[in-house]
Design a protein around this ligand. Structure first.
Ligand SMILES: CC(C)(COP(=O)(O)OP(=O)(O)OC[C@H]1O[C@@H](n2cnc3c(N)ncnc32)[C@H](O)[C@@H]1OP(=O)(O)O)[C@@H](O)C(=O)NCCC(=O)NCCSC(=O)C[C@H](O)C(=O)O
Ligand code: MG
Length: 353
């Protein structure tokens, strides 16, 4: 383990100096596309302005015989496209695959100056991040990259969950962590075959009725992912990095997708993955605080003055802690409004009501 004094030193001569704080750029939806799929690649210029993050996926969902096409497709797209304010990320193949090394060698040397974040799947512990950290520094130095490429881990193995705190703090490059519910379910030997979402069999049932033991008893479906998301959020917050919900595989069930995204938002996540164009608007809606909530937060902040003491607003007690909660909402709204004029107008209108 590096000493605290060395933590922010570049890991290769000539590599850029690591960042001290993760830049908080809007990342409500990380939109996945396969850069080797011509139909999806053709949509990149029109989708880019509508998303916060565009991610060229090289790992799962790209067939083994299409890996090189995906990698070279991403290089071509990155060189040809002006992404404006939209971030460009990639998901490389897992570190135990035959493709990960070539993914990094090619992408950093060819388009490293355009890549904001590299998503690393199936991270098991801090050692995986240390490996990537040193390799990226060497490649950045070789390619004369001026700003460090950040790293995002997917939480999708039982070991990864057990080690999530050390993963979150393994490197100043750590930008965030996403839940990968499909691989995590397989790794844990869970018995769901879905990509995220609930399961009707995971429930609690009300007690038998005292008057009639045979009367039907209500059941309540439970959230399979609550524990993991909450643990991931705490690890990320403790280390100053950003937590995300990952994929929702039932593309047609837009209602359940919205519910899953909202649960994650309320628990502290800043975004989720969109796998299909239809999920972009869902993520945008869910991960942008509502105009009413923002107006309320600003009202509390204004009423609380220096943020100490206690006041009543509409019958509800406000104090130092609710002031901080409201600041979270108001600061997020400011960041998103700076990127999204429609949202800015909606927030302004709600404050005037
Ligand atoms: C899920 C899909 C395979 C569905 O594709 P398709 O059957 O083509 O859907 P549609 O006919 O409804 O598509 C309409 C048009 O939109 C284009 N399209 C579809 N998806 C995208 C996209 N993501 N980006 C851009 N454009 C897209 C289609 O090409 C159609 O175009 P046209 O015919 O010209 O109108 C597909 O959506 C897909 O492959 N999505 C990405 C899947 C993916 O990335 N999966 C990996 C991430 S999830 C994961 O890895 C699990 C995780 O790690 C874990 O462990 O939990
Ligand atoms: Mg996965």
């Amino acid at each position: 383990m590096r000493s605290p004094k060395d933590f922010f030193r570049p890991l290769a001569v000539g590599a850029p100096t690591p960042v001290h704080d993760v830049p908080f750029r809007p990342s409500r939806m990380i939109h996945f596309f396969d850069p080797g799929n011509e139909k999806m690649a053709a949509k990149v210029p029109s989708i880019a302005p509508t998303v916060d993050v565009l991610l060229g996926n090289l790992e799962d969902a790209v067939a083994a015989d299409r890996k090189e096409a995906a990698r070279s497709g991403l290089v071509k797209i990155a060189k040809a496209t002006d992404f404006g304010d939209t971030q460009l990320w990639t998901r490389i193949n897992s570190l135990d695959s035959p493709w990960a090394l070539d993914d990094l060698l090619t992408l950093v040397t060819e388009i490293g100056d355009k890549l904001d974040v590299i998503m690393v799947p199936k991270v098991e512990g801090a050692e995986d991040i240390h490996y990537i950290d040193r390799l990226l520094a060497q490649l950045e130095a070789k390619a004369r990259i001026q700003r460090p490429i950040l790293v995002h881990a997917i939480l999708e193995t039982a070991s990864g969950v057990a080690n999530v705190e050390e993963i979150a703090g393994a490197s100043p490059r750590m930008q965030g962590i996403s839940l990968g519910p499909a691989d995590l379910a397989a790794s844990r030997r869970m018995k769901t075959t879905r990509v995220g979402g609930g399961h009707p069999g995971y429930l609690v049932r009300e007690d038998p009725h005292a008057q009639d033991a045979d009367a039907p008893r209500a059941t309540f479906q439970q959230d399979l992912w609550h524990y993991t998301i909450a643990r991931m959020v705490d690890a990320c917050a403790a280390h100053g990095i950003l937590p995300y919900y990952g994929p929702f595989g039932d593309i047609k069930d837009t209602t359940a997708c919205e519910d899953q995204f909202r649960n994650a938002f309320l628990l502290g996540c800043v975004g989720a993955w969109s796998l299909h164009p239809v999920q972009i608007a869902i993520a945008k809606k869910v991960f942008s605080p509502s105009p009413a909530d923002v107006a309320w937060a600003r009202r509390v902040i204004e009423a609380m003055g220096d943020g100490t003491g206690a006041v009543m607003i509409d019958g509800k007690m406000q104090d130092d802690a609710t002031y901080k909660q409201c600041q979270v909402v108001a600061q997020l709204a400011d960041t998103l409004a700076a990127r999204d004029p429609e949202l800015r107008d909606a927030y302004t209108a709600a404050e005037k009501e």
